[in-house]
Design a binder for this molecule. Structure first.
Ligand SMILES: Cc1cc2nc3c(=O)[nH]c(=O)nc-3n(C[C@H](O)[C@H](O)[C@H](O)COP(=O)(O)O)c2cc1C
Length: 353
């Protein structure tokens, strides 16, 4: 089954150059991740979900603020919340910060979010879900997309009823991760449901869940009629997976390439989050980058136990000295463009979808 993943497609007026979308992942989709995804061929990248609570409670202890760089576009910024008017205000703010698309989260299964009436709960509160999409679509000049799970309970088909209503309310695209909220990340994404959703709506549908290879991407696109696939966990610490999903023959990166990409990621993340926060935040990425049989396991432990970023950098360069030149090339290619800081909307720590 061959499908051309390099074929451009559109959401409303926004042209998306490839049929691979990088998933929004709280605690993962920092700016370094999004820019890296673009370099490896993702046609569209998405921010972590930002909390509308920042608008209502301005003095709430804030987490991080989103930064948007010139080379991230097209960029979707994801918002979540349960009040239509507050969501509309949040949408205006993210568009002012540079979002080409506003994505609404109707998929987060985490209790802290669902108990506020946001995230996946909205799959079974269709009137409110419609009101949110209508308010957001009326508030901004850019297309609005919605990311859904299949429903709250296992076997639920709520997304099939809700999807067309959301399109009616103004959604220009739908992304479906066809697991129930209850499933979290267990079991398999049931893309038979994605195919049914595609039949029911006249806007592009993005298929999310278990896209781990070019073969899987082609199969899902061919059997569902989805416009694009979304890649999440497979891309964590592994931009080469994005290239493989796009082209099918990316080959394994050399150790130098792995270390150079990791070092760039580390430096950009320090710039974005500050050294103190980045030190803890980055630990999970060491295993993701260095796994896949690329480096011996104890090396990952050494990095995790390093106390400073300087120590991490030093160890990495000792393990792969040739990475220094590659890193320099990457840094030159990726000069920092104009950046906009999205103030007032904290990134949520309770991600999921
Ligand atoms: C750590 C993590 C955080 C996530 N955060 C979000 C989020 O903030 N918003 C969202 O819509 N989905 C979120 N998701 C769901 C992913 O976007 C994606 O739909 C899901 O992981 C299935 O795709 P995959 O099998 O390619 O990982 C998250 C997933 C993971 C693993």
């Amino acid at each position: 089954m061959h499908v051309n993943l390099h074929e451009p497609w559109r959401i409303g007026p926004v042209e998306i150059p490839t049929r691979v979308v990088l998933a929004p992942m709280a605690g993962v989709s920092v700016q370094a991740f999004r820019r890296q995804g673009r370099r490896y061929g993702a046609g569209l990248v998405c921010s972590e979900m930002v909390s509308c609570a920042g608008i209502e409670h301005r003095n709430e202890r804030t987490l991080d603020y989103l930064r948007v760089a010139a080379d991230e576009h097209p960029l979707a910024i994801q918002i979540f919340g349960s009040e239509p008017s507050v969501m509309a205000e949040a949408a205006r703010m993210v568009v002012a910060a540079g979002a080409d698309l506003v994505d609404v989260n109707f998929g987060c299964p985490v209790r802290k979010v669902t108990k506020t009436g946001a995230g996946a709960t909205l799959l079974e509160d269709p009137a409110r879900a419609e009101a949110i999409v209508a308010a957001v679509a009326a508030a901004v000049p850019v297309p609005v997309s919605v990311k859904m799970r299949r429903g709250l309970e296992n076997g639920s088909r709520a997304c099939l009823e809700l999807g067309p209503r959301l399109v009616e309310a103004g959604a220009a695209s739908l992304t479906l991760h066809p697991r129930s909220a209850r499933q979290m990340y267990t079991g398999e994404a049931d893309h038979a449901l994605t195919a049914e959703l595609v039949q029911r709506v006249n806007v592009p549908v993005v298929a999310s869940g278990d896209i781990v290879s070019h073969a899987k991407a082609c199969e899902v696109l061919a059997t569902t009629g989805a416009a694009a696939v979304m890649v999440g966990r497979a891309a964590q610490g592994n931009p080469w997976a994005v290239a493989e999903i796009l082209d099918g023959d990316a080959g394994e990166p050399t150790r130098e390439e792995v270390v150079a990409e990791l070092l760039l990621f580390v430096r950009e993340t320090v710039r974005e989050l500050g050294e103190q926060r980045a030190t803890g935040f980055l630990k999970k990425f060491y295993g993701w980058y260095l796994g896949h049989g690329r480096f011996p396991k104890p090396f990952k432990q050494e990095l995790i136990q390093s106390r400073t970023i300087a120590e991490v950098e030093q160890r990495l360069l000792i393990a792969a000295p040739g990475a220094a030149d590659l890193l320099e090339e990457l840094e030159e290619e990726q000069a920092v463009g104009d950046e906009v800081l999205l103030e007032g909307l904290p990134i949520s720590i309770y991600g999921g979808g």
